[in-house]
Design a protein around this ligand. Structure first.
Ligand SMILES: [Zn+2]
Length: 270
C-alpha cells in the first residue's frame, strides 16, 4: 500500500512540477531582465543540398564511421544554446543563421553593426579544434588524416580564447565561463592548465564588444575527442555550462549602474 501511495505521489509531483516550471506561454507582468544580449557566432557553413559548405574543417571518417563536420556540429550547438538562453529570457542572436559559410569580415561586420544599436552584446563563438596531422596514425578512404588516441599523439580537450590584454572578455571567460565548463565537463581536459588563452583571432580582435571563442575538443582526435563531440550527453553539458555561465554573468550586471554597463560592454580594460 505504501508503495502504491508513493507511486501516485511521484506521478502527481511530476505533473505539478512540470506545469509549474513551464511558464513560457504564460503572461507575466515582469519578465526577468536581460542585461546582456548574447551573439552566438557559428560562422562556418553547414550542409546544404547534401554538401558540406566549408573547405577543410572536418574530421576524417573514423573506423566506426563517425565523422564530424565542424560547421554542422557547431550550428547544432548554437541552436541548442539559443534555445536554452531563450527559455531563460536572455536575449540572443545566432550569426550565421545560414547553411552557407560567412567570411570572417562579414561575421565581424554584422556583430559590430549590432553593437552600435545595442551595447549589451556579449559574443560567444563556438568551434571544434584541429592540430597539424603530419604525424597522424590514421588515414581514411578520402585521405583525411587524424590521431586515433591521445597516446598516438592526438591533442585533446577544451580551449577558451579572448583577445590580447585584460578586458571585459577576460572577466566573462575567467570568472564565469571557465568555472562552469569545468563543473559540467568533469572528464574533459582543459588545455593551457585550465586558463583561458589570448589570441589575435580576427573575430576576437576586430569585434568591439566583449567576445570569447571556445574550441570544444579536437576533430583530429578520435578517442576521446570526436566521440565526446558526437555524444548528446557531452553536447548537452557543453551548452548547459555556457548557458549557466551567461545566466550568472547576466545577474552580475544587475547591480551595476548604467554608466558602468556601457563601459564594460566595450572591449576595454576590465
Ligand atoms: Zn572553426
Amino acid at each position: 500500500m505504501g508503495i502504491v501511495i508513493a507511486f501516485f505521489a511521484v506521478i502527481i509531483t511530476t505533473i505539478t512540477t512540470h506545469v509549474q516550471k513551464d511558464d513560457t506561454f504564460r503572461h507575466v507582468d515582469n519578465l526577468p531582465k536581460s542585461n546582456i544580449h548574447v551573439v552566438i557566432l557559428s560562422g562556418h557553413g553547414s550542409i546544404l543540398n547534401n554538401e558540406y559548405q566549408t573547405a577543410g574543417k572536418q574530421s576524417p571518417t573514423w573506423p566506426d564511421s563517425l565523422k564530424i563536420y565542424e560547421g554542422y556540429s557547431c550550428k547544432l550547438l548554437a541552436l541548442e544554446l539559443s534555445k536554452k538562453l531563450t527559455y531563460e529570457h536572455i536575449d540572443n542572436t545566432i550569426i550565421n543563421n545560414y547553411s552557407s559559410d560567412l567570411s570572417l569580415f562579414n561575421r565581424v561586420e554584422l556583430i559590430n553593426k549590432l553593437f552600435k544599436t545595442d551595447n549589451r552584446l556579449l559574443m560567444v563563438s563556438i568551434h571544434h579544434n584541429a592540430q597539424p596531422v603530419g604525424n597522424a596514425d590514421y588515414v581514411d578512404f578520402e585521405g583525411q588524416k587524424g590521431f586515433t588516441t591521445i597516446a598516438k599523439g592526438g591533442a585533446s580537450g577544451i580551449e577558451v580564447y579572448t583577445s590580447p590584454g585584460l578586458t571585459e572578455s577576460d572577466n566573462f571567460a575567467d570568472n564565469y565561463l571557465m568555472p562552469q565548463l569545468k563543473g559540467y565537463l568533469t572528464d574533459i581536459s582543459f588545455r593551457n592548465n585550465g586558463k583561458s588563452k589570448e589570441a589575435g583571432f580576427y573575430v576576437l580582435s576586430k569585434t568591439t564588444c566583449p567576445a570569447v571563442l571556445i574550441e570544444f575538443n579536437f576533430m583530429t582526435t578520435w578517442r576521446p575527442d570526436c566521440l565526446q563531440i558526437a555524444d548528446p550527453f557531452y553536447r548537452n553539458a557543453f551548452t548547459s555550462a555556457i548557458c549557466t555561465a551567461i545566466i550568472i554573468y547576466n545577474e552580475s550586471k544587475n547591480t551595476t549602474n548604467d554608466k558602468d554597463i556601457a563601459y564594460n560592454r566595450n572591449k576595454r580594460a576590465a
